[in-house]
Design a protein around this ligand. Structure first.
Ligand SMILES: *Cc1c(COP(=O)(O)O)cnc(C)c1O
Length: 374
């Protein structure tokens, strides 16, 4: 059996250990320290965000973003349905009400029309939604211009879940910096990793201060420990931030390599009947975190399951698209606005191995097996 090919493996630069050693040498083995500060600066420099707060996960960042945006128990939060559960779980942490929105077929992200329909519906019933969570799936920017206009028109906070989209851009501005709040993830499978970690991006000092306060146990200003709000232990370890600093150095290379994986797949698979890709609209730049292919059942009898089966037999990992949240047992009771775009994408798509460590031989191995199914 040939060695296993994973969907998206960690890919170290070799510079991480020096920063990790710094943490040990200075004995800052803590959820704060010079690596944390430097990583936050690196993130700001790279994304153009005014502020960044390094946190223990992307999920923690979403949780804090919702609190900072003012979301409380029984508030409505409008969230893209086609996403990973981590986008939506923090809505439940707060006892708020998730309402799911369908995707549009171009970028596969939140459909602006369905979003506006949902907002109007809740305004009519006298319950203005508190926040919108837009996800940039697989690195692809959503319809930001349209969604920002809607959020501004109705004065609703926009939270960008850019967990998969570090380095992606929309008309030359990096994702995560458009909304009033944005989040990144450094989980092990993302484009760069701290093994586990994330960041909150925000453009106003007040949000940064509030999120930083909540992330470190909400300690009031007093000589003893005084608390008047619920706090969380959400800061990133200074040891792990060292890994992040080493990873930030090679982020542009990682983006380039993931984009070249996409180009390779497209060149070698686009001629197969019914196979299509997630395309970049004008002005959009995707980091191509994962390459996803769609199969058209009206053109060919090949289904994603047939391809994943052959690849699994050959020790190659694949994954279906995210199963939409409105179809998940956990969110059975949640309302949903839209049609069947997200569901269709889920039925027709397959995520291919997309790590930045993939060799040309491995890519050829994958595409040869896929071609053999047709
Ligand atoms: C990975 C991911 C998250 C969560 O990030 P963690 O760092 O794993 O908590 C949130 N949203 C999306 C879309 C993700 O892919």
């Amino acid at each position: 059996m040939k060695p296993r090919i994973y969907l998206s493996s960690p890919h170290m630069s070799g510079e991480e250990m020096a920063y990790v050693q710094e943490a040990f040498d200075s004995n800052w083995i803590a959820p704060l320290g010079s690596n944390v500060n430097a990583l936050e600066q690196d993130i700001c420099r790279f994304t153009g965000s005014r502020y960044a707060l390094a946190l223990s996960s992307g999920t923690a960042a979403i949780h804090l973003a919702l609190i900072v945006a003012g979301v409380q128990k029984d508030d409505i939060v409008l969230c893209q349905s086609l996403t990973f559960a981590a986008s939506a779980n923090p809505i439940l942490y707060l006892g708020a009400i998730p309402v799911f929105i369908d995707s549009e077929p171009v970028t596969w992200n939140m459909c602006p029309d369905a979003l506006e329909t949902a907002i109007k519906h809740y305004l009519h019933s006298g319950k203005k939604p508190k926040a919108v969570i837009l996800v940039h799936l697989y690195g692809m920017p959503g319809f930001l211009k349209e969604i920002i206009l809607i959020c501004e028109k109705y004065d609703i906070a926009l939270i960008e879940d850019a967990a998969e989209a570090l380095g992606s851009a929309y008309f030359n501005q990096k994702l995560g910096t458009f909304g009033s709040l944005g989040i990144l993830s450094f989980n092990g499978n993302k484009i760069i990793t701290t093994s586990g970690g994330g960041a909150l991006l925000c453009q106003c000092q007040e949000y940064l201060t509030k999120a930083g306060f909540l992330a470190s146990q909400a300690k009031d200003d007093a000589p003893h420990y005084e608390h008047s709000e619920i706090g969380y232990n959400y800061r990133l370890s200074n040891v792990l931030a060292g890994i992040g600093r080493g990873q930030m150095k090679v982020l542009p290379d990682r983006i380039q390599k993931r984009r070249s994986n996409f180009d390779f797949y497209k060149k070698n698979l686009a001629q197969l009947p019914g196979v299509t890709f997630q395309e970049e609209p004008n002005g959009s730049f995707s980091n191509r975190w994962l390459t996803v292919i769609l199969f058209d059942p009206e053109v060919s009898s090949v289904r994603p399951e047939h391809v994943s089966k052959i690849l699994t037999q050959n020790n190659i990992e694949t994954r279906p698209l995210w199963k939409p949240m409105h179809l998940q047992p956990l969110f059975r009771q949640a309302s949903y606005f839209g049609g069947n775009v997200a569901e269709n994408l889920f039925m027709r798509g397959l995520c291919l191995p997309s790590g930045s460590g993939l060799s040309e031989d491995e890519l050829l191995r994958i595409t040869d097996h896929i071609r053999s199914v047709f």
